[in-house]
Write a protein that binds this ligand. Structure first.
Ligand SMILES: Nc1nc2c(c(=O)[nH]1)N[C@H]1C(S)=C(S)[C@@H](COP(=O)(O)O)O[C@H]1N2
Ligand SMILES: [Mo]
Length: 205
């Protein structure tokens, strides 16, 4: 039975409850957006070895798509059924292909926040660099101008204020993955904490 009573249980990963409204959850201050200094970069093990950057106008001109998806915070609230709009992560993979040896992606945000993802998780159908939610531009505290949404993983895997990605040929832990959260972060398997990791789930701590 859903914890709110009218929410089908299969919509909610184990241990989660539905949140009304949209709380703000992050570590550190909200960065100020400076369009003239903003760029989105893809670097690391690209197929051609070159780094690629877009300024804000260029990045905003990439083809827009939307996904309806849920957000699951590891602190146990979930927000169901938001429509996220923006640039599919797969568009970035197609535009700047990774080298064949790339297995993981580090997503980098303002102030050095980072989250590591397996390449397949990053390239999943519903992973999106969101500029909008439910038709409205993101607000500063929710990640404007750009945040990553990876609906099938806990929300810490989706940095707000994202500035680029690094293609990696081996896994490395991101900000929260170094600080006690699970390296993989699948909410359906309740992979919340690093002490739950099985051999092979992540690099040594
Ligand atoms: N840059 C950055 N992105 C972040 C975080 C953060 O601390 N810094 N926290 C994550 C966590 S734990 C959650 S639950 C979501 C919350 O997004 P919201 O504040 O828009 O609800 O942002 C994620 N993205
Ligand atoms: Mo979270």
């Amino acid at each position: 039975m859903g914890q709110r009573g009218d929410e089908p249980a299969e919509l909610l990963p184990p241990g989660q409850r539905v949140q009304r409204g949209w709380p703000v959850t992050h570590y550190g201050p909200v960065p100020k957006f400076r369009p003239e200094r903003w760029e989105f970069s893809v670097f690391g093990a690209t197929a051609d070895g070159a780094k690629r950057s877009w300024n804000h106008d260029e990045f905003s001109a990439l083809p827009y798509a939307s996904v309806v998806a849920d957000l699951h915070c590891v602190t146990k609230f979930s927000m169901l059924g938001s429509e996220w709009g923006g640039i599919p992560a797969r568009t970035i993979l197609e535009t700047v292909p990774p080298a064949p040896a790339v297995s993981h992606v580090m997503v980098w945000a303002e102030y050095g926040y980072s989250a590591n993802l397996r390449l397949a998780d990053f390239g999943s159908d519903s992973a999106l660099f969101a500029t909008h939610k439910d038709g409205e531009l993101l607000t500063a505290e929710h990640g404007f101008p750009l945040r990553l949404v990876v609906p099938h993983l806990y929300a810490w895997k989706g940095p707000k204020w994202v500035r680029g990605i690094e293609y990696m040929t081996a896994d490395r832990r991101g900000f929260w993955e170094e600080r006690g959260y699970h390296n993989l972060g699948d909410p359906w398997r309740e992979q919340r904490y690093s002490y739950q990791e099985q051999p092979g789930d992540g690099p040594d701590l």
